[in-house]
Design a protein around this ligand. Sequence first.
Ligand SMILES: [Zn+2]
Length: 417
Amino acid sequence: MRDARMLLRALGVERAVLEDVRWERPEVAVQALVVRVRPIQRESGRCPDCGRRCPRFDRGDGVRRWRAPNFGLAKAYVEAEAPRVQCREHGVVVQRAPWARKSSRFTSVFEDQLAWLAVRTDKTTLANLLQVAWRTVGAILERVAESMRRVRDPFEGVTRIGIDEVSYRKGHRYLTIVVDHDTGRLLWATPGKDEAALRRFFDELGPQRSARIRFVSTDAGSAFLKVVRERCPNAKHCLDPFHIVQWATRALDAVRRTVWNQLRRTGQKKRAKALKGARWALWKNHGDLNPAQQLTLANIERDNQPLFRAYLLKEELRSVFQETDSALAKRTLDDWLKWASRSRLLPFVKLARSIRQHRVAIDDVIDHGLSNARLEAAATKLRLLTRLAFGFHAHEPLVALAMLRLGGLCPALPSRP
Ligand SMILES: [Zn+2]
């Protein structure tokens, strides 16, 4: 009796009674452990949707199997009868298995372990270690994310949000994402980048919680603005510092292209070629440059003053949104505007003009200390994630993985709460 309980506990099977244990497939070196159980009395005959006790309907498809965490080197399975019950609300359904999520052929503990690994390791490691197909992984992640959402409300206490779009699958498809400015957590991700996508977020958030939102940041001229005004009556709208820095990066790239074209036209092929490879050195944040990129940058400083000036302008604008003293940040921005206007670099002259146009909204961002770093970090991580999730054919598993990894929904490792 005590051994039976210990075995079930070791496999993470709860609220069950052990009926039989056996080894299967005697022809292979490492056999599979099959543990036959039934739900404890109090758990049997319940509807998987509402948990209500229901009358038995029939025996369903008979015995069913769920994959459990490995028993040492052997695969392990939980086996049980899976009769159908008749719920007055949900109709005829297979009764709830206390050790597994609805419609899953894996135990909850196995799924939690898999989700924990999926947010920390790569696809091949995970699939090999747990011996599951990648397709199955996607379905499991969706189930885990969904059930964690019911346990931990990700929207609780949210008052300041940032809305953005991220491309995946080499820019062909988009996700609309919502980030909590205070915790840096991903709150929501959904396919598409239109008003309908954002409306789905506010539908889920509900009118009461929407009314509690005080700040919403988006890109300038975003398609989301209309929905924000409609659904968040009490929110102040600001521009995302992340996007303002992106404008500067674009201006810098325009300068680089002009310089490159000039060099090519005047036959300085070698210098033009060097510049083409310089794109990343110019784009990256200065602190993130590797030694080779630092050298590239030093060469640009020596050979190409206009381009180096453009680079400094980009970095200086970025520093405005990293300054924690808002008065100092605004003074730095004033100086930056003068500098950019006189830079004789057309893209930056234009950029200074549009920043002046949006100055009120930008000062709001500075006053309320919306962190550029957080949105930037979330967007970067999400892009990395899309690479991991590349093998998924639909967006649902990608969204689930994003929520588990960036939304704080990942379950703790079973047995280590
Ligand atoms: Zn029911």
